[in-house]
Write a protein that binds this ligand. Structure first.
Ligand SMILES: Cc1cc2nc3c(=O)[nH]c(=O)nc-3n(C[C@H](O)[C@H](O)[C@H](O)COP(=O)(O)OP(=O)(O)OC[C@H]3O[C@@H](n4cnc5c(N)ncnc54)[C@H](O)[C@@H]3O)c2cc1C
Ligand code: SF4
Ligand code: SF4
Length: 559
């Protein structure tokens, strides 16, 4: 039985949905079709306990955001600043501990002979596709709080945090709304005292903006398939720390560093300096990183300790910490954008651009495009079915800068399957030839632990402030919470397959140490430590791990 009927229901409140709702809210005169005479009924459900618990870098050129919010004053958004200085830095391996190809080893030795300061080289040139000149550094949490606050004040839409959507309701090949997760259940999902079955919310249109690993987006991909030639292949885990810098760190607000080369060649890094002596520092661990030893937290600590960065970070304090997956396939991983009763926006719709290193503005802009399409149809009295929605939405999307740049980036990263240097060359080729040329390579299987020569990393010199244990970071930096009464959102289908699985990449890659090698069969899952990064999902190469919608996770509005 339906508990609620609305015109539009949105899944997730990230930048994509924020862009969608901001645009829609500019049309307060739109009339409801399910409640004639009333304003349009729009409701958005967010999984996390607050609307500001997103995780991102972030530096953005903010073209789409500024087009929507022309009067945007960064002074009104804490932790934001205009980009003032940008550098692209190659980080050599100061101790020759990482995995270097002969070419990179040679480059490192050359830098050593030059006595390069900080074992690094600041490149004299930043390719135009990577530049964020004229853009902003921000905190995604603070930006979402700002955008969400304005939306809630407008009264035009309702946003409900702490409400995970379990699934889309699909009837006769049509999405008719969503079902929220059951509450008052045990870890296996069985009703307990206080059981409350998840409410059904029926809607004319379900807008899915649930990000890279959203359960609803993946359900639609399974139910409706992929457009021909499209697939979701490449992923990455982004992990970051928000650091309170010492007084004389030397980093000016608006400084943007893009790094490559360390702690492993395949790991790109970033540092963005924000106002009030805050910096965001982080790394991306891609799915094509052929190491079964891929604990991102450890790699992030080694990254921060690189002499080039440590001279600014030394003496800093950990304020916050977070991790989240990225869909790196971009446009090649674009699912069906509009179907009967549903439309997809944001990263889950393939908007993230790995060449420009940008996803927030793209996600926002796809939300704006869908809102414009929906508004056009509502005003014209036309139905929100696939026949009308698809052309209205796709016309805007295909004609935009998001699409043009996504096409250039489509195969930009394929060269990394051939090695690090071919990967960089492939990116440069794609960027400079507008995507006409690139280098291609297919994914190689992950080596087993016994085949892998693990680099000899030094111990982390814990200081109790910035360099803290993984467990302490969960308490200090992310403040992970897991409200009781929800089922476990990570499960294992075939326990025997887990018992046979040697590398157990899901455990190795777990951002919160929520997965540990269980006594027998499947790994053990501790919901109290899960940051909902989703890395376990794509690191299980045998697709044996089920990742459902869940409540809780990180509680930091600074990420
Ligand atoms: C460490 C890191 C650094 C990054 N750096 C940058 C950068 O510098 N610049 C840049 O432009 N981009 C950057 N990105 C990428 C950028 O953050 C994403 O592309 C962007 O956030 C995508 O927006 P979205 O709205 O599509 O999805 P998301 O931001 O992922 O939002 C989706 C929302 O849906 C919610 N949700 C999911 N499932 C459900 C459900 N079942 N029910 C209810 N709610 C649900 C989630 O909790 C989330 O709030 C970075 C990402 C990471 C992880
Ligand atoms: S879930 Fe996948 S990766 Fe994890 S132990 Fe089981 S089979 Fe291995
Ligand atoms: S169990 Fe949670 S924290 Fe660990 S990888 Fe999966 S989603 Fe991330």
């Amino acid at each position: 039985m339906s508990d609620l009927e609305v015109d539009l229901v949105c899944v997730g409140f990230g930048p994509a949905t924020a862009g969608f709702l901001t645009t829609l809210a500019r049309n307060p005169d739109l009339e409801s079709r399910v409640m004639p005479g009333m304003p349009l009924q729009v409701v958005c459900y967010e999984r996390a306990d607050d609307i500001s618990f997103g995780v991102s870098g972030l530096v953005t050129r903010a073209r789409g955001i500024r087009a929507s919010l022309p009067d945007l004053d960064t002074a009104n958004i804490p932790m934001s600043a205009p980009v003032r200085q940008e550098k692209l830095v190659y980080l050599a391996d100061p101790r020759a501990t990482g995995r270097r190809s002969p070419a990179l080893g040679l480059a490192d030795r050359f830098l050593q002979t030059l006595n390069a300061p900080g074992h690094s080289i600041e490149l004299p040139y930043i390719p135009p596709f990577l530049r964020k000149h004229g853009g902003l550094v921000m905190s995604l949490g603070q930006f979402l709080q700002f955008a969400g606050g304005q939306l809630m004040a407008s009264g035009a839409v309702q946003i409900w945090p702490g409400m995970p959507v379990a699934q889309a309701i699909i009837e006769d090949g049509r999405v008719c709304g969503v079902r929220l997760t059951d509450q008052g259940v045990d870890r296996q999902g069985k009703p307990e005292a206080g059981y409350m079955p998840g409410m059904d919310v029926r809607a004319l249109l379900t807008v899915v903006g649930d990000g890279p690993v959203g359960a609803v987006g993946r359900q639609l991909e399974e139910a409706f398939g992929w457009p021909q030639g499209h697939e979701q292949r490449e992923w990455a885990l982004g992990m970051k720390m928000v650091v309170e810098l010492r007084e004389d760190s030397g980093l000016q607000p608006g400084t943007v560093l893009h790094t490559f080369g360390y702690p492993e060649p395949e790991i790109f890094g970033f540092l963005y300096a924000q106002p009030d002596r805050i910096a965001t520092v982080g790394i991306f661990v891609p799915s094509w990183f052929r190491s079964p030893v891929r604990t991102a937290y450890r790699l992030l600590q080694h990254f921060m300790l690189h002499p080039y960065l440590w001279r600014s970070l030394r003496g800093g304090k950990l304020r916050s910490w977070g991790a989240k997956s990225l869909r790196e396939s971009g446009r090649r991983g674009e699912p069906l954008l509009a179907g009967e009763g549903f439309a997809r926006i944001g990263e889950g719709s393939g908007s993230t651009n790995v060449l420009t290193g940008s996803g927030v503005d793209e996600a926002w802009t796809t939300g704006v495009q869908l809102a414009e399409a929906v508004t056009e149809l509502l005003r014209a009295g036309k139905p929100l079915d696939r026949a009308h929605l698809e052309p209205a939405y796709l016309r805007r999307r295909r004609g935009s800068w998001v699409e043009q740049e996504a096409r250039i980036a489509e195969r930009a990263r394929d060269g990394f399957h051939l090695g690090f240097v071919p990967g960089l060359l492939g990116m440069a080729l794609a960027g400079f030839t507008q995507g006409r040329f690139g280098l291609s390579g297919a994914p190689k299987p992950m080596p087993a632990l016994h085949e892998y020569a693990s680099p000899e990393w030094p111990e982390i010199p814990y200081d109790g402030q910035l360099l803290v244990s993984h467990q302490d970071a969960l308490l200090m930096g992310g403040k992970v919470q897991a409200p009781p009464g929800y089922a476990d959102h990570v499960r294992f289908q075939d326990h025997d397959a887990c018992a046979r699985c040697g590398t157990k990449l899901c455990v190795e890659m777990c951002s919160g140490q929520a997965l540990t090698r269980g006594a027998q069969g499947a790994p053990a899952f501790d919901r109290e430590k899960c940051v909902h990064c989703g890395a376990c999902l794509w690191n299980c190469e045998s697709h044996n791990l089920v990742f459902q919608a869940g409540a809780g996770g990180l509680h930091s509005s600074e990420n």
